[in-house]
Design a protein around this ligand. Structure first.
Ligand SMILES: Cc1cc2nc3c(=O)[nH]c(=O)nc-3n(C[C@H](O)[C@H](O)[C@H](O)COP(=O)(O)O)c2cc1C
Length: 327
């Protein structure tokens, strides 16, 4: 059976709605060529009903990138997966962990964990439809279904459906009473569950996700697991990405300083604006570049005040940088 795990999957940036946009991916690629990036979750239904623009993609600029689909209809998901393959994505991922109201009503995301046979049917249908890897992102459980036996059965179902790469967000989802945001913090992380999965399914490629905040921790986890996936840590400190190729993928290239990344950002900004994009769409990511450094707050404040102005250009970034350096 072909592997659904690519070498790039050793380090992935998590799919995040309103974050992992095309702009984010182009920004991330200024720092890492090797990490696997993801799209935001895209509803399979929307994709097959004419909204292909949602997944416009340029592999040479953004790749490798996995398209994450939300859905629960095997037929629709298989069609959506085909569309994703046609657009050049490296893999298709099924979201079985998102707890938002929207997906709850649509009967997909975390709800799917309660219907393991349906997950099987979805994975099988997608596998039959495409020749690129098909993977699943799930949590360790949902609501009262959160025992170790439940997690193992879930993973066993996914593996038997033909996917040999699972991304495990190591906390359960509470579908009632917790917001999606609370569902990322309130249920505790349980990495022991990931260890159990790895022990029981040694041939399955397992990416772990949840609460990883540094490359140091990532490397430590990679001694045990096949891949790591970071989400919020990359929003908080995107500069983490500058160390990924050297520290995770053992690439010999020089690790850029934040100032060097910033200089690349300025070059990219010219191209980006010339393509008709707004500075603020890039600025939301650039804002975090100096987090943790002296003057970072001034940098952020200047950007958030000025990047939305009509005609805002790279000069706004430069001015924010000067203010930070002179503070
Ligand atoms: C703003 C935001 C949007 C998210 N959107 C998605 C999504 O579209 N699909 C998904 O599977 N998970 C989504 N997640 C969950 C993340 O992929 C990840 O599993 C979660 O944040 C835990 O990882 P972390 O602790 O490294 O952030 C989102 C998380 C955040 C913070």
């Amino acid at each position: 059976m072909a592997s659904d795990f690519s070498p790039h999957d050793s380090f992935a940036v998590a799919p995040m709605i309103d974050v992992t946009t095309r702009t984010f991916r182009r920004f991330a690629r200024l720092m890492t060529k090797k990490a696997m990036l993801y799209t935001e979750m895209v509803a399979a239904n929307a994709l097959v009903h004419g909204k292909e623009y949602l997944i416009e993609y340029d592999h040479s600029e953004e790749g490798p990138c996995t398209l994450q689909l939300g859905g629960c209809d095997p037929q629709i998901l298989s069609q959506a997966a085909k569309i994703g393959e046609k657009h050049g994505y490296s893999a298709i991922n099924l979201n079985c962990g998102c707890p938002s109201d929207k997906v709850f009503k649509g009967d997909f995301g975390a709800v799917l964990m309660k219907k393991p046979e349906l997950i099987c049917d979805c994975v099988k249908a997608m596998r039959d439809a495409v020749s690129i890897p098909v993977t699943v992102k799930t949590r360790i459980g949902v609501d009262e279904f959160d025992s170790p036996e439940f997690t193992l059965r879930l993973i066993s179902n996914i593996a038997s459906a033909g996917s040999n790469h699972v991304i495990l967000h190591c906390r359960k989802a509470w579908l009632h009473g917790l917001s999606p945001k609370e569902n990322r913090t309130v249920p505790p992380l349980d990495y022991a569950r990931a260890a159990l999965v790895k022990e029981e399914f040694p041939n399955l490629c397992l990416t772990v996700n949840g609460g990883i905040t540094s490359l140091f921790t990532a490397r430590h986890l990679l001694l045990k697991y096949d891949g790591v996936m970071l989400g919020r840590a990359i929003i908080d400190d995107p500069y983490i990405l500058a160390g990924v190729d050297a520290q995770i993928f053992k690439d010999e290239s020089h690790i850029m300083t934040r100032d060097e990344v910033f200089s690349k950002v300025l070059d990219f900004t010219e191209v980006y604006l010339a393509q008709g994009h707004k500075l603020s769409h890039l600025g939301v990511f650039v804002q975090g570049l100096f987090n943790g450094c002296h003057g970072a707050r001034r940098f952020r404040n200047y950007l958030s005040t000025h990047m939305h102005e009509l005609g805002a250009d790279a000069g706004v970034f430069v001015k924010a940088y000067e203010i930070m350096k002179n503070s």
